[in-house]
Every structure is written in C-alpha cells, then in structure tokens.
Write a protein that binds this ligand. Structure first.
Ligand code: MN3
Length: 241
C-alpha cells in the first residue's frame, strides 16, 4: 500500500470511529445554529461538544438521551405545530412574545426546542470566568458572586416539578434570577419572569435523574463546574447595549 493510501485509510478510520462513538452528535449541516445570534427555527443544531465532554458533572448517557431524544422530540413537534401556519415564517422571539395566542403545542415544544439550544450553549467543558462587566453587575445586584450562586441555586432547587432556572436582564437593564415552569422562558408573554435570558439551568428530572436520581441539589452544584462564562458574558454584553 502506498504511503498516501495508508494516511487516507487512517483518516477514514478515525471518522468511522467518531461516528461509531457519537463524538459528533449531529451533522455539520446544523452547526450554524450553535450560537444564539441567528436562531433558525427550522434547524435542529448540533451539540457544540461530545456527549461525554461534561463528565463527570453531566454524564454522557444523560447528554445523549437528553439531546437526541428529548430535545429532538421538542424540535420535531414544534416544526409540526407551526407547519402551514404564519408562524412558520416568523422568528422565535416574535413567536414567544405572543405565545399565549399560539397554543400549547407551540408553547411547550417551541420552549423545549429553544431552551435546550440555549442551555447546551451555556455549558462548556472549559468554564472560564464571567467578564469584568458581568462580574461587576452581579456584585452590584446580588452583593457577591456567592450570593448570586445561592439565589440562582435556590431558584433551581425550589422550582416545583419540571422547569428552568434563569439569570436574565429585565427591561430596565437589571440582572435578576427566577424560574419558569415546564418549558416556559423569560421571552414568553406567559412567563412570570420576563427579560433577556443569559444563563439557563434545566431542572427537569430527565436532565439529571440517571446520575443524581432525586438529588437535584447535587446536580445544581455540579452545574457551576461547566458554565460557559464566555457565552454568558457575551449574552450580557448584547442584552445591555
Ligand atoms: Mn431538558
């Protein structure tokens, strides 16, 4: 075998291994949706990392089921719910702003689709730290970073049943923490907490049950080890400009 062929075959072998192990969760055709800047309501985006990238804090099996089963189902059901309606040509923020008029299928599945894209992108195996601007705003609003973590953690732990905890920017450019039920989010007209979301934590049992069972507080604590602070800081900068 010629040297060039050896390398060619080796390359194909590596690709085959990556596909077999699920190192890349979805095809590159959907990579454009891994940032939130232009949220495409018709694209199911790739995970921005491998299923096992957040180990040991979030286990690979949970990530696989959560992304490939739960998240994908929300996307498929959302696309079906808006098909042949005016919403099919709308944008996610416009749909959420009047979601009370769109019906439960759009509310639940649109929220489930969007919230998970948002969530995957505010997680990272390389957590980093908040920007100086975000740190200053957190300290000013909550007193300290530890106090913010406590308040956000309490929002996550005390959300009864299924839902989400959020750090968000209110309409008067202030930071706030809160939680929503089911798949609601702060962009929705039905939400008790309204604003521009910066950081989300999924507290549905499907997000943590395999590893943490009923110990939601342990999952919430582990979450802090995989927060993508660069992404959260970017969202903050865009939200307050
Ligand atoms: Mn979930």
């Amino acid at each position: 075998m010629k040297r060039t062929n050896i390398f060619k075959n080796l390359g194909l072998g590596i690709i085959a291994v990556m596909i077999a192990t699920g190192a890349y969760a979805a095809g590159p055709e959907s990579l454009k949706n891994t940032t939130m800047e232009k949220f495409d309501i018709h694209v199911f985006p790739a995970l921005p990392y491998a299923y096992d990238a957040l180990e040991p804090y979030i286990d690979a099996r949970t990530m696989e089921i959560h992304y490939d089963k739960h998240h994908r189902a929300y996307f498929n059901n959302f696309v079906a719910a808006i098909k042949d309606t005016p919403l099919d040509n709308s944008t996610i923020d416009k749909i959420f702003a009047k979601v009370s008029e769109a019906g439960d299928a759009v509310r639940n599945n649109g929220g489930g689709f969007y919230n998970h894209v948002f969530f995957w992108n505010n997680l990272s195996p390389k957590p980093g730290a908040p920007s100086a601007e975000l740190s200053a705003a957190i300290n000013k609003t909550f007193g300290s970073f530890d106090k913010f973590k406590e308040l956000f953690g309490n929002a996550a732990k005390t959300r009864f049943g299924s839902g989400w905890a959020w750090l968000y920017v209110t309409s008067d450019n202030k930071l706030a923490v809160g939680s929503t039920a089911n798949q609601d989010n702060p962009l929705m007209d039905v939400s008790p907490v309204k604003g521009t979301p910066l950081l989300a934590l999924d507290v549905w049992e499907h997000a943590y049950y395999l590893k943490y069972q009923n110990r939601r507080p342990e999952y919430v604590e582990a979450f802090w080890s995989v927060v993508n602070w660069a992404e959260v800081s970017k969202r903050f900068k865009e939200a307050v400009k």
